[in-house]
Design a protein around this ligand. Sequence first.
Ligand code: MIC
Ligand code: SF4
Length: 643
Amino acid sequence: MGMNLTQKIMLHHLIDAGRLPKAGEPIAIRIDQTLTQDATGTMAYLQFEALGVPKVKTELSVSYVDHNMLQSGFENPDDHLFLQSIAYKYGIYFSKPGNGVCHQVHLERFGIPGKTLLGSDSHTPTGGGIGMIAIGAGGLDVALVMGGMPFHLPMPKVVKVELTGKLQPFVSAKDIILEILRRLTVKGGVGKVIEYTGEGLKRLTVPERATITNMGAELGATTSVFPSDEQTRAFLKAQGREYHYSPLSADPDASYDEFLTINLDELEPLIAQPHMPDKVVKVRALAGTKVHQVGMGSCTNSSYTDLMKAAFMLKGRKVHQDVSAGLAPGSKQIIGELIRNGAWLDIIAAGVRILESGCGPCIGMGFSPPSEGVSIRTFNRNFLGRTGTKSASAYLASPETAVACALTGEITDPRDLGIEYVPVTLPEKFNIDDSLIIAPSLEPEKVEIIRGPNIQPLPLKEPLSEKLEGEVLLKLEDNITTDHIMPAGAKILPLRSNIPKISEHVFEVVDTTFPARAKEKGGGFITGGENYGQGSSREHAALAPMYLGVKAVIVKSFARIHLANLINFGILPLTFKNSADYDKIAQGDRLSIDTYDLKPESELTIVNETKGEKIPVIHPLNERSIAILKAGGALAHAKRVKS
Ligand code: MIC
Ligand code: SF4
């Protein structure tokens, strides 16, 4: 039996490479490249520094600044200087603010088919568009990898998605991933790699493939991957990097764990409704809904291809007078191309506001919608409050649909505009200018790290105690995201390097009294439903609750990255043995849990002292993660292993 592409790349990077592991088995893989962005990067580099390694041990590490770009005080610019000096000293490339969104720039300038990439951002799987196994993780995991350690994960299952047929005019790559989200839901990809095959992918350019692998993060998938073929070669050639090309694909007789087929001929424009990326319906089903704002960009849809499609549709037309339309381009390279070919003028003339090249409104960094506003976004997440306006309704759609809505002022299927469709092809050669990428210093010993007052020391945790006691501080539903746990946005994001300050905002969109209650009670427990901690990789969603004294999180199931982050910061992750026992715990109940017997696959018992009941719980921990928890977190554990 042949191998699928995921197995091939994994096998090549396995630390213990004797045989192909079975799905679910714990594995450790060698990571070739890492990326960080500023919002998770400051913490990741503080952790890297604490390891005491003089230079990163990866083939390539890049530090990007794209999230915290709104400089309304000293915090963000201080972070940028810290990141730049750390990169210069420790052998890391630094992409300056203004160069573009990390995933877009990484694809353009650094991605290499067949390599592994670990990034402290959940949309790192964008690199799967160029044939990489690219995985999102918490900053601490990325720090450990930069320090020369392997990355640990369970061997994923592999889902084969076969694309047949051809996308029809005004239907785009975004509609493919929205269709997969509609079918599989936001928890359908947990523990899986989504691997694309079939005739239909031959016509998809690398940026279009990257839209699909990027938003595969919303499935909860470990990553998504496309083969490396003539499209990959053409993209790398246009980037002046054809020498990085190598063909890669699954064997014809490869086996897979699951299958899905999408006939592109039949696909229609789709849209995700508030407040989850899997609440997908046909655009026509919502036709006529009044629209107040249209946001274009984000790492999902800010590529050259996306913006050219938008420009062709906007050319000679005007944005509706009641709509505020904004566009955040993916990179400096893309802006340059559109200026040179004239499309930039078509966009501005139509009345679109040009925002900075960066994450911008995708993470609530400016351009928030009005109260009760309807915002149509080409982004990947529409979680409650993420826009910065809690009462607003954010919908996710393709650039074609977004432009159609901007022109008419209501939700509109782009096919109903009655305008001519102009297909977009990639330029043969992009204009390359890497002057905003700073190479590491040749004299690292002379580089001083710049630490402004926003850079606060790392909080540490005590080793796990043998008995955990306290109150249930909060009871939550299914699909709680890390945006619920640790919100972002223009006010909170600048506090990412200051845990005492940022912890005052934990669970702000759900319950503003949480931080005060947690402090008053001396910490306690959180309980929740399925897929707890989906979404962003932000380790602050574990670190800040840890700082507030959260000892264990007890849920029906966890999302992958958040589970790893909880372990990394010493919070005990538990799942109900019987899902129905979720009803046996109420907010305010007093619980106690004995942990002295914690072993792989052991069952623990929660004593609900308020109700006088015993509740059996299980956990997903192996030897290594138990050792990490017992040490008080991954950093303490790594130092112990080293010494
Ligand atoms: C996001 O899209 O939610 C973010 C902001 O990029 C996060 C990272 C972060 O919170 O810093 C992510 O996706 O991991
Ligand atoms: Fe930035 Fe949004 Fe992409 Fe996250 S999803 S990396 S905030 S553009």
